[in-house]
Design a protein around this ligand. Sequence first.
Ligand code: GRF
Length: 208
Amino acid sequence: MLRIVVCVSGGGTNLQAILDAMDSGLITNTEIIAVISNNAGAKALDRARARNIPAILMSPKAYPDREAFNEAFTARMCELAPDLVVLAGFLVKIPVQMVERFGGRIINIHPSLIPSFCGVGYYGLKVHEKVLERGVKITGATVHFINEEMDEGPIIAQKAVTVEEGDTPELLQRRVMEQAEWILLPKAIDDIANGRIKVKDGKVYGCL
Ligand code: GRF
């Protein structure tokens, strides 16, 4: 059984996609042991509570400085001792000490085709604003292992989504979620839970 902690900051639609996939059997051999958010008002925490999953608030605002938060966040994650950490719309930089302890066992969903439109400042709606500004015709989402850099690490899977005439950032975000994120993330979790993913020399195999 793959024990996972899901980290969230906002609406939690990716968390919901994971919960729904567990209900439907698209994800097997997996248990969500906790959901952690930096945002007390995150709807994602309500989604966890509705399923009696421990909903934990870990906000940098509750600590004297970022280093103190990083230590506390990492210590809490070590106590939970998940097999996999899933970043699902989580807007806090993962502490380097957490990457060191859980390296290769932290995955993230990003709403673009990495290496395009990613890195510092590219999150949520901002990604789709930049996609529309640049006029690209194809965007999508990427699920990847993380490393100490923002939106880097071995890519597990990607899914393309067409940009349509008249798209607004909101319309495009919704389409990327529906057609890519909510499919990619559950499948990656199921592949990891069932041993179908192998990472060698920084490249991922077995998850197409
Ligand atoms: C989504 O666009 C996701 O790609 C990004 O955060 C946004 C919010 O996701 N990482 P959610 O609805 O909170 O899952």
